[in-house]
Design a protein around this ligand. Structure first.
Ligand SMILES: C[S@@+](CC[C@H](N)C(=O)[O-])C[C@H]1O[C@@H](n2cnc3c(N)ncnc32)[C@H](O)[C@@H]1O
Length: 265
């Protein structure tokens, strides 16, 4: 995990840029998969939360739920805690998912672009943790790049491959469902930048026929606007986006790079 830790400690700039500019992959996953979080959920776990964008949107949309958000990188968790320090029902914690999961039981466990970063040899143990930590009738909600997208990246943009970046397909999702005694209630390819480049999957423990509380209520979640995200980055991280862009004609990307450089001293 050392290589992954070093890699993700350097990932902050990219995730801040995704947040400010509104990355389509992340927006799509939060909006669409958020619909599978039942309104009455008491506890939600967001694994591999990065700088906490999805965790914040879930905490905002489900004010009666406690959202626990974890990530391998202490750098990302520190930024998440600064950026989203205004929700009482949201807690960020550094945690390596290959060490098991924080001891608790959850109604929903969300993983947005994270499952593919689990080494193949660790998958079974991880499934055991999910099984232990997911409530009877709980849901595991996933977004991952498709095997088609992984093949494309390997061929056309190999530098875009992360330290651990495994293929995930229907067989993988089905195996998770078997290992956690759940059932696949959704498996769907998405077209974010290219057709079939991402997949969404939801696995439910003991699906209950006709249960009204599991019906989709939020269709889809309403996220912060670009203006609100810019203001948040300015006020919580001190990146002067508007002022600098106007006076020095600097791009958002350059400003974020400058912030990261300054932070590192
Ligand atoms: C591609 S990023 C996705 C971040 C965010 N969920 C998003 O969609 O923008 C993968 C995230 O998984 C985290 N991660 C990778 N391996 C992990 C591990 N073993 N335990 C916990 N988090 C991990 C990384 O630190 C990183 O934030």
């Amino acid at each position: 995990m050392r290589e992954s830790l070093e890699f993700y400690n350097q990932f902050e700039g990219r995730l801040i840029k995704d947040y400010v500019l509104g990355n389509k992959r992340v927006i799509g996953a939060i909006k669409n998969l958020g619909q599978f979080i039942p309104k009455n959920s008491q506890k939600i776990l967001d694994i591999g939360c990065g700088i906490g964008w999805s965790s914040y949107e879930f905490a905002k949309s489900f004010p009666n739920s406690q959202v626990n958000a974890i990530d391998l990188s202490p750098v990302l968790i520190e930024t998440a805690s600064k950026l989203f320090d205004d929700k009482k029902n949201l807690i960020f914690k550094t945690y390596d998912l290959t060490d098991g999961l924080p001891k608790d039981t959850y109604d929903v466990i969300v993983m947005i672009d994270v499952y593919e970063h689990i080494p193949l040899s660790e998958r079974f143990e991880f499934h055991k943790s999910i099984k232990k930590n997911l409530n009877n009738r709980g849901r595991l909600v996933l977004a991952c790049p498709s095997k088609y997208h992984q093949a494309y990246i390997k061929e056309h943009n190999p530098s875009g491959i992360q330290p651990i970046d495994e293929d995930v397909d229907f067989e993988t999702i089905n195996q998770i469902a078997k290992d956690i005694d759940g059932e696949v209630i959704l498996f769907e390819y998405q077209n974010i930048w290219r057709n079939y480049d991402y997949l969404y999957a939801v696995i439910e423990i003991n699906p209950e026929y006709g249960s009204s509380d599991k019906m989709i209520k939020y269709s889809p979640l309403i996220l912060e606007s670009k203006k609100e995200r810019e203001l948040r980055v300015e006020s919580k991280l001190g990146i002067k986006l508007e002022q600098e862009k106007k006076t020095n004609k600097t791009s958002t990307r350059e400003l974020i790079l400058k912030y990261i450089k300054k932070k590192k001293g």
